[in-house]
Design a protein around this ligand. Structure first.
Ligand code: GLN
Length: 303
């Protein structure tokens, strides 16, 4: 099967979905993105990458960064992390506060905002600079030294960050943050603001398809840890739509409100799709449709 032919077929199939949904509205820098963009890229386990559409155009990674944060912390900390964050689907919106009070400030999983704040806090303690550590890692894995934060997005996140600040303060009140709340928030907002293309992200997520091996062949995660990250992506990576994503796509996936989604076919390849129009749960409408069609055509879902 030729990857390029499959991606062309997927792009043709999803054309009617492009522009559907609503571009993220919570900050001006994201609200201004052209809703008619669509790109998809596929990187195989050997690092060969191909794509169609806007696959080389950078966009805001937003919550896709949460998958990389989890991997970086697991790599250094192993299973200890799970004392501070759970690994069950939340069934609530990604920025919800409700569950934290019932569960003593322990977020349900690392991919909702509360959980990602805990992971960022831990990464910051381990490295002294959570957001730069992530940027350096993404540059190395994508082979793109030009990757950068978008300061406009980062400042804007900070200016509209009351909800995330509430989550962080609430968890701090239970003793579940080690660093000061403003520090954790700053690094979380900056990691969300990293600009990457589908090409960059498909390559950067390659270690998840290679059972933990980085682009240079060194090991980031054990096979067991790579399995765990993929499993949490499958069950929690698309928030309160994770059941529907598993039903339609059948792959570990992680979405962001910039309209990107990465998806992993362990042992074979990593995909990244981008289209900014979101559904009510914050997942790209055309992106999910594209991955749905991809696994239907190729029969490469994990099921
Ligand atoms: N920066 C966004 C937030 O914290 C990320 C959310 C997302 O991509 N789902 O609200």
């Amino acid at each position: 099967m030729h990857y390029q032919d499959v991606l062309d077929e997927v792009a043709a199939h999803v054309a009617p979905h492009i522009g559907r949904g609503q571009v993220a509205q919570y900050i001006p820098a994201l609200a201004a993105v052209d809703p008619d963009r669509f790109g998809i890229a596929l990187a195989d386990v050997d690092g060969n990458v191909t794509g169609v559409g806007d696959w080389e155009r950078p966009f805001s990674v937003q919550s896709i960064s949460k998958a990389f944060g989890l991997a970086l912390v697991l790599a250094q900390d192993g299973e200890k992390l799970w004392r501070r964050v759970g690994r069950e689907p939340s069934g609530n919106p990604f920025n919800s506060l409700v569950q934290l009070e019932h569960e003593n400030g322990i977020p349900r999983n690392p991919f909702i905002n509360a959980g990602a704040l805990v992971v960022t806090d831990r990464l910051h303690s381990l490295t002294g600079d959570a957001s730069t550590t992530m940027l350096d890692f993404l540059r190395a894995e994508s082979g793109n030294p030009d990757l950068a934060f978008d300061p406009v997005v980062a400042e804007s996140e900070s200016g509209h960050g009351d909800r995330n600040a509430a989550l962080a303060h609430f968890m701090a009140s239970y003793g579940n943050l080690d660093n000061p709340v403003p520090t954790v928030l700053e690094h979380y907002f900056w990691q969300c603001s990293i600009e990457m293309s589908c090409r960059d992200l498909a390559l950067a997520g390659g270690f998840l398809a290679r059972h933990g091996l980085r682009a240079d062949g060194s090991r980031l995660l054990s096979r067991r840890e790579a399995k765990r990250v993929n499993a949490v992506m499958l069950t929690c990576g698309t928030y309160d739509a994770a059941g529907d994503f598993a039903y339609r796509v059948g792959l570990p996936g992680k979405s962001g409100v910039g309209g990107g989604i990465i998806a992993v076919i362990p042992g074979r390849c990593t995909l990244c799709v981008w289209s900014p129009g979101l559904d009510a749960r914050g997942n790209s409408v055309a992106g999910v449709a594209a991955l749905d069609h991809f696994t239907t055509v190729t029969e490469w879902s994990v099921f």
